[in-house]
Design a protein around this ligand. Structure first.
Ligand code: FE
Length: 202
């Protein structure tokens, strides 16, 4: 990457988001409701503009949706990821086990909610939302943590920004498979490149 690229992609809004979330985590890290409220407000601000995400964090893959790490708190209090959906790509039904805030940056995604029945099987709650650029959604074990997310478009890439109340690349959580089995998984990050929050810039 050239210096010109770095200046062009200086992610000032992301830097602000990280700084404010770190302050909130220091003051209210144990209070999920406050963290969700604070992060939601910050996310609404972050996805209001779409000129800050470096191109290498917006890359799709033909086979799998991508999770590019944008920032990982050194104390693992939160992490921020760009989700890049290729046309028609979808997640399995899954949970998070920590709070999460999703902000739509480009394109559109469909979010279908589930809850577990008495046998531990996910059943649709009937709540389905379609996020458009600027929209923000939330998940957490206390307000509803199980969903399936898909690119709403069959013919274009969609991108959403996710913040989680922990290092999502290290947290063991669950996928609920069509055959009724529940599998523990840890989601990996797609690349080792992260935005340079320390670069000279605006
Ligand atoms: Fe999710």
């Amino acid at each position: 990457m050239t210096e010109a690229d770095q200046t062009a992609t200086y992610p000032a809004p992301l830097r602000h988001f990280v700084a404010e979330l770190a302050k909130a985590a220091t003051l209210h890290g144990d209070d999920e409701a406050v963290m969700l409220d604070t992060c939601r407000a910050l996310m609404l601000d972050l996805v209001k503009t779409d000129d800050w995400l470096p191109a290498y964090c917006a890359r799709p893959d033909a086979s799998y949706y991508q999770q590019h790490l944008l920032y990982g708190d050194p104390l693992d209090r939160f992490s921020i990821v760009s989700f890049v959906w290729g046309p028609g790509q979808t997640t399995p039904i899954h949970d998070h086990t920590v709070w999460g805030v999703i902000g739509m940056l480009r394109g559109s995604e469909r979010d279908e909610r589930f809850e577990l029945d008495a046998d531990g099987m996910p059943v649709p709650t009937g709540e389905v939302s379609t996020l458009k650029p600027g929209d923000v959604g939330v998940v957490s074990p206390t307000i509803g943590d199980i969903h399936r997310v898909s690119n709403a478009y069959e013919d274009q890439v969609s991108i959403s920004i996710h913040a989680y109340g922990g290092n999502i690349g290290r947290i063991s959580r669950h996928v609920y498979q069509p055959d009724g089995t529940v599998k523990a998984f840890v989601s990996g990050y797609s690349s080792a490149l992260t935005p340079n929050l320390w670069a000279r810039g605006a």
